[in-house]
Design a protein around this ligand. Structure first.
Ligand code: PPS
Ligand code: ADP
Length: 612
């Protein structure tokens, strides 16, 4: 898309050729790289800012910058007719972790350089791990200095295979390998004549074309209130507006919203853009202000969201934290200020799960402190409730910084894994039997779709096959659970949410015990399905979402229980697809359509694909 912005993070060691590569990209692309500052200055001036606000391009770091942290990251801007680019160039030495965490946290794509002569090194693994931890959606591995290995295809493929074997352990969704020579310009901007065997795109073309629009979170509408504005109007009435940045999803005039943590419901009356223009809708990452239909007491730090899609509101959170400070270490029991979204409150490090060795991915569960550049998984307890999502789901509402109250310096950045147990008087009872000691590894396969879409048929078939092969497997069917565990729940939105939550918790218990759990639940809300995934991921349990994408008219034609007919006749209300919503999964692990054949065929395909 023309004009679209691609944020790139680069990583490599000092002499992998990173600077040469960046120089080559800028030089060969003959891009407009000289006047970027001027452009930024113009934008800043039109916004009324006094000085050039570089964070216009690298926002997300604004908080850190305000807190006076010196980040050793150089930003370079360039553009081609296809796209604008920002490269965050973090030096490959001592402060690598901190620089990457701060410089790359908003990146769409990470470039990792490998010297073709040296192959995959410890620090290649470290950078790949950090990129995956930071949730950077696209990873591009540039195997550089190909000229020094005679442009050898064999050498390139060996490095590629070695990296792929390691990346399997990471959460990387899009991986691209490009053999190049930054020095000679092979495959940087123009295709290399020396490597005719490579049929992929040169680097710049890849950067121009990599598809990023679907990486944005368009589902979870989040608007953190930064300022309350009270414009003076001639009618003398109080028109309060709430200014902030859309942190996810889309908000439109007329949308029903709730304001958290209070939970009051209202409607969006007006949306104003940066220049004071009235808008119909706003989406991430736009900075706008909103007027609401009702007068509600809203303060900085509150969050406006959709009634059916809420973030966690919790005082306890579980997070991966990277410690930045050179003067001192993070210790269990210490307190800091936390900036999470537009909220600031005090947090205490209530516990440390483990410290992670980013080189080996080894977890040290005996650790109680973090030193410079170290990463740990912590339990933080906040004085005031925080409003957050998991980082995996939303990098904006899932991240935070910690500030030392005495020095006002930013000392750490964190990525939220999820909430933790509420009652601090209830402690987790560690089991004596470890997962490794059990004879089978569990997992959850979660079937979602309209009533009649084929969830139960597929789940039953999966269960039958697994048991026939001697695997422990168990079907959790929505209809059946509603006879017992969930018999107190109806079909209102809140009850469905609770239904999904309970089912997810039970599924995780079964999966932890070593069973493959087959869940068959309409589960109409994307946010609750994602929460089910989080419950599993927090315990390192595999979770696969299977979407039975059967069109409503087909489900209605099947109508095995006659429920659609009754819903159409008005005998049943709040029926999914008729007068109750179903939010289609955007990123299901597997999508099954009626064209895919019988439940038996689908079950066999799924088990094969998942390697179960
Ligand atoms: N109002 C309404 N809406 C949707 N479904 C209804 C309703 N009333 C009863 N049923 C029957 O209940 C089954 C769905 O229950 P679930 O627990 O899967 O639903 S949900 O996840 O809580 O939305 C669903 O079963 P399936 O057809 O197997 O999906 C229906 O048979
Ligand atoms: N793959 C399929 N192709 C054709 N019909 C199917 C398929 N899967 C299920 N069905 C039929 O669709 C109807 C609804 O299936 P069911 O598994 O009960 O759906 P759900 O549990 O989603 O309500 C049943 O009559 C079933 O025989």
């Amino acid at each position: 898309m023309a004009g679209e912005l691609l944020r790139i993070a680069t990583a490599g060691s000092v002499d992998d050729g990173k600077s040469t590569l960046i120089g080559r990209l800028l030089y060969d692309s003959k891009s407009i790289f000289t006047d970027q500052l001027e452009a930024i200055e113009r934008t800043s001036a039109s916004r009324g800012d006094e000085f050039a606000d570089l964070s216009l391009l690298t926002d997300g770091l604004r908080a850190e910058r305000e807190q006076g942290i010196t980040i050793d990251v150089a930003y370079r801007y360039f553009s081609t007719p296809e796209r604008k680019f920002i490269i965050a160039d973090s030096p490959g030495h001592v402060q690598y972790t901190r620089n990457m965490v701060t410089g790359a946290s908003t990146a769409d794509l990470a470039i990792i350089l490998i010297d073709a002569r040296k192959g995959v090194l410890e620090q290649t693994r470290r950078h790949a791990f950090l990129s995956s931890l930071l949730g950077i959606p696209h990873l591009t591995i540039c195997v550089n200095k190909m000229d020094l290995v005679d442009y050898s295809q064999e050498r390139f493929e060996k490095i590629r295979d070695e990296f792929v074997a390691f990346a399997g352990k990471l959460n990387v969704t899009d991986l691209t390998f490009i053999p190049l020579s930054a020095l000679r310009g092979d495959n940087v901007v123009d295709r290399s004549e020396e490597m005719a065997w490579y049929d992929g795109r040169p680097l710049l073309r890849h950067l121009e074309e990599v598809y990023i629009a679907s990486d944005r979170n368009l589902i979870d509408a989040r608007f953190g209130v930064q300022y309350v504005i009270r414009p003076q109007r001639s009618d003398g009435l109080d028109h309060r507006a709430y200014a902030g940045t859309v942190g996810g999803g889309v908000f439109a005039v007329g949308d029903k919203v709730v304001v958290l943590p209070g939970g009051f419901g209202t409607t969006i009356e007006k949306i104003w853009g940066p220049g004071g223009s009235e808008l119909d809708e706003a989406f991430a990452p736009m900075a706008v202000s909103m007027e609401l239909a009702d007068e509600i007491d809203i303060v900085r730090g509150d969050m406006i969201v959709r009634p059916n899609n809420r973030p966690h509101v919790d005082r306890d959170l579980d997070a991966m934290v990277c410690w930045f400070s050179e003067s001192g270490r993070l210790q269990a029991g210490s307190s800091y200020l936390i900036n999470c979204g537009t909220r600031q409150t005090r947090v205490t490090v209530a516990g440390m799960n483990y410290r992670l060795d980013v080189n080996t991915l080894h977890r040290d569960e005996t650790a109680t402190s973090l030193e410079l550049n170290e990463i740990g998984r912590l339990h933080l307890h906040a004085q005031q409730p925080l409003l957050f999502d998991s980082y995996r789901r939303n990098r904006d509402t899932g991240s935070f910084i910690l500030i030392d109250e005495a020095t006002n310096a930013t000392v750490a950045a964190g990525m939220i894994t999820g909430p933790v147990a509420h009652d601090t008087n209830v402690v987790w009872q560690e089991a004596k039997v470890t997962r490794e000691q059990r004879s089978h590894r569990g997992a959850t396969i979660w079937m979602t779709g309209l009533s009649g879409s084929g969830k139960s048929s597929l789940a039953t078939e999966l269960e039958r096959r697994l048991v026939a092969e001697g695997r422990p497997a168990y079907l959790l069917d929505g209809d059946n659970l509603r006879h017992g565990l969930n018999s107190d729940l109806g079909f209102g939105d809140d009850d469905r949410r609770e239904n999904i939550r309970r089912t997810a918790e039970v599924a995780a218990l079964f999966a932890d015990s070593g069973a493959v759990v087959l869940v068959s639940l309409i589960s109409p809300f994307a946010s609750e399905r994602e929460r089910a995934r989080e419950i599993h991921q927090a315990q390192d349990l595999p979770f696969y979402e299977v979407f039975l994408d059967t069109p409503l008219d087909e489900c209605e034609a099947r109508d095995p229980k006659g429920l659609y007919a009754r819903a159409r006749a008005g005998e049943i209300t709040q029926f999914t697809g008729i007068d109750s919503p179903y939010e289609r999964p955007e990123k299901a692990d597997i999508v099954v359509t009626p064209e895919d054949g019988s439940p038996a065929q689908n079950a066999a395909d799924i088990l094969r694909n998942l390697g179960l």
